[in-house]
Design a protein around this ligand. Structure first.
Ligand SMILES: [Zn+2]
Length: 229
């Protein structure tokens, strides 16, 4: 493991958030992956390695790659789902962190191919509104990233059909928060569907929450939006 202090800071941040993924049950064993753009070099990204359990992951397991996917530093192979991360960074310079989870309620919604409508305040403040499911594509292919581009437009998260969650943010904390909120909202939605139709928040109120609580984090490019927690 080599490189400047900014690389080490990114590596340590990914190890910390990896442990959080496990503690919150947003992934199982080695599933899912995380990345963060290097603070002083926007062409570089730190990303979690392939097939590594989060509870034993160390900073020197984290790989530094270019946004074109080439490995710059690290002894490990990057996650097999690398294009999901690098293509987002390459296409969107406003994205500073990407979190991909296999969380249970979200996977159930993704398997159904439905979205989560704007039924909860926290979903709107964390993700910018209700979210949709991107069409099915095989994991690790550029196609996955292509299909998520539209689903992530104007939102901090989407579901990947028959797969999991993809969350983005101006920083890693925002992206993580979005992935975490999606799991909670998916769980609530599945429960509420027993009493369908599930009432949605009025469009003008959705717009107000987006404007006041979701959009500022993107324009500041820092921190996660607060949602009463
Ligand atoms: Zn995955």
């Amino acid at each position: 493991m080599t490189g400047p202090a900014s690389w080490l800071a990114a590596r340590e941040q990914l190890v910390l958030f990896g442990r959080r993924l496990l503690a919150e049950r947003l992934v199982y064993f080695t599933a899912g992956n995380l990345s963060v753009r290097i603070a002083d070099d926007p062409e570089l990204v730190a990303v979690t390695p392939a097939s590594t359990p989060y509870d034993t992951m160390r900073p020197d397991d984290i790989v530094i790659v270019r946004t074109d996917g080439r490995v710059v530093d690290g002894a490990r192979r990057p996650t097999s789902e690398l294009p999901l991360h690098t293509l987002v960074y390459a296409r969107r310079d406003d994205v500073g962190g990407v979190v991909h989870t296999h969380s249970p309620a979200a996977m159930a919604v993704a398997a159904m191919g439905i979205g989560i409508p704007p039924i909860l305040h926290g979903l709107i403040s964390a993700c910018g509104g209700g979210i949709v499911t991107a069409p099915y594509a095989r994991g690790g292919t550029a196609e996955v990233a292509d299909f998520t581009t539209a689903a992530l437009r104007d939102r901090s998260a989407c579901l990947l059909r028959n797969h999991g969650v993809l969350a983005i943010g101006p920083g890693l904390e925002h992206a993580y928060n979005a992935a975490s909120v999606v799991e909670g909202a998916a769980d609530a939605y599945l429960r509420a569907l027993a009493f369908r139709p599930v009432p949605q928040i009025a469009p003008d109120e959705v717009e107000r929450i987006r404007r006041e609580q979701w959009a500022p984090a993107w324009s500041r490019r820092a921190g996660a939006p607060t949602h009463g927690g």
